[in-house]
Design a protein around this ligand. Structure first.
Ligand code: GDP
Ligand code: IMO
Ligand code: MG
Length: 427
């Protein structure tokens, strides 16, 4: 049976939580493969709203096993508070599996994230301040702490020493901060060991055996394609690979097992944090998208920057992820505009450009070339099939599909599970 990847096709917050939850009832495993608690995935079930940060959204589907893969960075204190919050609301979290190879976000990684941003001043990335970048940096520098290290105190102490050796020099000499004591960090990390123990597993083996036994595995991306460390708008990106290839490296499942890659695509565009955003709006349309779309960060509470749909980005997402489908979300938010501009190309230094430029300078200079599509005023939130949509909404979807390079197989018309038009089934 297949493995499916579901990922963000823009700059995050496309509605991945809702889409994952929708499929959660039909899959056996939902796997986070990268990122950490920088993510904020909203799931609305009936009158209940959940905000998930580190846990896969499949945790809300009783038949589903949620997995935190090796590519994820785990802040144990956040994990426990998320688990506690769900348990208090009656959600069973006992099936959770966590890779022993996942890296741990230590308190000093969080400190370094915040200090670095402050030091960058107006050049800052606008990170979520959750220690994500510094934890991945430690991983790449081979001074990271992994979940399995919590079960060998002597190894843990040596590794924390190695990690703090250079960091304390930087913190004290460059940033004028106090040095962090190895013992204190080790002591704190050890307090997490017992509670984490029942969840720790060889998730590579579990997932591959599941696939051999015809189980369905869904990979739930965090962030989005344009925030990818390799394929995004570097340096204004996150420090992992949300793109489809990340699902393989972040889980230990090979690419030949993946049969479907679904890009979650908002019917307009949003971005949180700094960095280029060609279709960003600074007028009342931008305000209206923010207000109607409820565009406030789930993790940091920051207002999201809003703009019109950008087909250049959607085409790029199709290419770098090998998308087989799109799940178009928040179409309902566009109800009420007489005409809706859609960015079909860029103008860069007087020249029309159809594809995302690889050069950062060119992308910073990109001006959107808009095509105006007719809007609709009818309430579409109750639409159950494509034919229930008003003609202009249908045409908007068809136009986006044509421009974006992959079929739109589902459309979100509201935050709830049921507020979805399913066109082609995913499983
Ligand atoms: P994620 O990070 O990709 O999971 O997305 P977020 O949860 O950060 O942001 C998406 C927001 O849009 C959440 O508040 C969702 O409840 C909401 N949402 C998702 N799909 C739809 C939709 O089709 N229509 C509307 N109106 N809201 C949606
Ligand atoms: P979900 O999964 C939107 C952004 C931050 C910042 C940049 C780097 O909910 O879509 P980081 O803390 O990762 O080092 O910050 O990435 N960012 C997100 N933006 N949605 C997210 O997650 C994000 N996770 C990180 O705002 O610009
Ligand atoms: Mg989000």
């Amino acid at each position: 049976m297949p493995a499916l990847v579901l990922l963000g096709a823009q700059w995050g917050d496309e509605g991945k939580g809702k889409a994952t939850d929708l499929l959660g009832g039909s899959v056996d495993y939902v796997v986070r493969y990268q990122g950490g608690n920088n993510a904020g995935h909203t799931v609305v079930v009936g009158d209940q709203k959940y905000a998930l940060h580190l846990l896969p959204s499949g945790i809300l589907s009783p038949g589903c096993t949620p997995v935190i893969g090796n590519g994820v960075v785990v802040d144990p204190s956040v994990l426990f508070s998320e688990l506690n919050g769900l348990n208090e609301r009656g959600v069973d979290t006992s099936k959770l599996l966590i890779s022993g190879n996942a890296h741990i976000i230590t308190p000093y990684n969080v400190t370094v994230d915040k200090v670095t941003e402050r030091f960058l001043g107006k050049r800052k990335i606008g990170t979520t301040g959750r220690g994500i970048g510094p934890t991945y940096a430690d991983k790449i520098n081979r001074v990271g702490i992994r979940v399995q290290d919590l079960y060998d105190e002597s190894i843990l102490t040596q590794k924390v020493e190695a990690a703090l050796d250079v960091k304390n020099q930087i913190l004290t000499k460059l940033y004028n901060r106090r040095a962090i004591a190895v013992d204190q960090v080790v002591e704190e990390l050890l307090t997490y060991a017992d509670r984490l123990a029942p969840y720790v597993a060889d998730t590579v083996l579990v997932l591959n055996q599941a696939l051999e036994n015809d189980k369905v595995v869904l990979f739930e991306g965090g962030q989005g394609t344009l925030l990818d460390i390799d394929h995004g708008t570097y340096p204004f990106v996150t420090s992992s690979n949300p793109t489809a290839g990340g699902a393989c490296t972040g889980s230990g499942v090979g690419p030949t097992k993946i049969s479907r890659v679904i890009g979650i695509l908002k019917a307009y565009t949003t971005r949180v944090g700094a960095g280029p955003f060609p279709t960003e709006l600074f007028d009342e349309d931008g305000e209206a998208l923010r207000r109607i779309g409820g565009e406030k960060g789930v993790t940091t509470g920051r207002d999201r920057r809003c703009g019109w749909f950008d087909a250049v980005i959607a085409r790029y997402a199709t290419r770098v992820n090998g998308l087989t489908d799109f799940f178009l979300t928040k179409l309902d938010v566009l109800t009420g505009w007489e005409e809706i501009p859609v960015c079909v190309a860029y103008e860069i230094d007087g020249k029309r450009v159809e594809e995302l430029p690889y050069s950062q300078s060119d992308f910073h200079h990109a001006k959107p070339v808009y095509e105006m599509l007719p809007g609709w005023s009818e309430d579409i939130s109750k639409a159950k099939s494509f034919s229930d949509l008003p003609k202009n909404a249908q045409d908007y979807v068809k136009a986006l599909e044509e421009m974006s390079g992959a079929p739109i197989s589902a459309i979100g018309v509201g935050p709830g599970r049921d507020e979805t038009i399913e066109i082609n089934s995913f499983i």
